[in-house]
Ligand binder design. Structure first.
Ligand code: PLP
Length: 377
């Protein structure tokens, strides 16, 4: 398609190209100096109290998080009913049961301590929260709730690198946090992710899970630091390569400015869309909350045919998306997940539409999207 306004565009230039070339010239392709620098700079970015482990994608990060938490058959894991399917899939891949919790309200599309607590049972082992669209969940009550019930708290921070709550970064509240660097995320490397934790024994488990449970890696052997290895636990290969880590370092240096651009564009959207008959979630953000403005979700009017709006926008070469189709519409989850589990989300899902948002978008493009949406309605 020859879009006039795409949903998302990469923010890449000669710096990413040079970073890739440098790796190609270096003769070392995986788990080397770029990866460890990316990990330490990412930890610094999060405030320096966590450790980051670069992985192949956020789905791998989520899977490892559940494995490191000991989630297994017979356990329940509470997740949001409004998130990407990866959150449900990794729970199933561990043999555990998916339990959906509802959003707080039609304005706050995040889980809250209240909506989570109503789903806790003696079998609840872990909770995965999502900072939807980059807007932080109200974390302090959620952290306290999980402590009270001895439940492991995992942050799916795929939407929220750089978001914060009273100065504390999203991704540093939970026991483990998972970031995605998929192409269309705020920090893009193609396929990549980061798993983040503080507890040394969790970190050790995560490192083993990433790399076959091995005590030393080929880079250590290359450096002459060791010539053999032991295997401490069964593990996987969920590593990131040096090319992606090098792109990640450049993208990390652009993240703060990129998120600021997203904020400015979101404010223009809010102002312009306040004049038409739609609503935008997270209109009333608590003070101290800083979003990463990952996407621009809106809620169409009750009586509106979303399919027609999407088609109209497409006819005008404007790309839109849906975040997310409900789990209960998917074959694999039809029996396990029901709309009744999430009354608020079942109102949101059929009416949600995502408009284009990316750091290099112009004000004119925002206006074009809004004008076209108004015509469509
Ligand atoms: C993108 C995304 C994921 C998966 O990330 P990958 O890196 O593609 O595996 C998980 N959860 C949410 C909320 C996402 O947006």
């Amino acid at each position: 398609m020859d879009w006039k306004v795409q949903l998302f565009k990469l923010n890449f230039d000669h710096l990413e190209r040079k970073a890739v070339n440098d790796v190609l010239d270096s003769g070392w392709l995986t788990m080397g100096e770029k990866t460890s620098r990316f990990e330490s700079e990412f930890s610094q970015f999060l405030g320096g109290e966590v450790q980051s482990i670069a992985v192949s994608n956020a789905t791998a990060a989520l899977h490892m998080s559940l494995l490191a938490s000991g989630v297994q058959s017979g356990d329940e894991v509470i997740i949001s009913g409004l998130t990407f399917i990866a959150d449900a899939n990794v729970v199933k891949m561990c043999g555990a049961k998916v339990v959906l919790a509802d959003c707080e309200s039609l304005d706050n599309w995040n889980l809250s301590a209240k909506t989570i607590e109503s789903k806790i049972t003696p079998r609840t082992k872990a909770v995965i929260i999502v900072h939807f669209a980059g807007y932080p969940c109200d974390m302090v009550p959620i952290v306290n709730l999980c402590r009270k019930y001895n439940i492991i708290l995992i942050e799916d921070t795929a939407h929220a690198p750089g978001a914060s709550l009273d100065g504390q970064m999203c991704g540093t509240f939970g026991d483990i946090s998972c970031f995605s660097f998929f192409s269309n995320k705020n920090l893009s490397v193609g396929e990549g992710g980061m798993v983040v934790a503080k507890d040394p024994s969790l970190l050790q488990k995560l490192k083993h899970l990433r790399s076959h449970g091995m005590t030393t890696l080929s880079y250590d052997r290359h450096q002459g630091r060791s010539s053999s290895y032991d295997v401490m636990q069964p593990g996987l290969n969920y590593r990131m390569d040096e090319i992606r880590a090098a792109i990640g370092l450049v993208q990390l240096s652009k993240l703060k400015n990129g998120n600021e651009k997203r904020m400015i564009l979101t404010d223009i959207y809010r102002e312009r869309l306040s004049k038409i008959n739609i609503s935008m979630p997270f209109a009333s953000m608590q003070s101290g909350m800083h979003s990463a403005y990952h996407i621009l979700p809106i809620l169409l009017p009750n009586d509106c045919d979303r399919g027609l709006v999407i088609q109209y926008m497409k006819d005008k070469y404007i790309q839109t998306s849906i975040h997310y189709p409900p789990f209960w519409d998917f074959h694999a989850y039809r029996d396990e997940c029901r709309a009744d589990d999430c009354p608020v989300i079942s109102i949101i899902c059929p009416r949600e539409l995502t408009l284009p948002l990316y750091p290099t978008m112009t004000e004119d493009e925002v206006n074009l999207v809004c004008n076209t949406l108004e015509e469509a309605l």
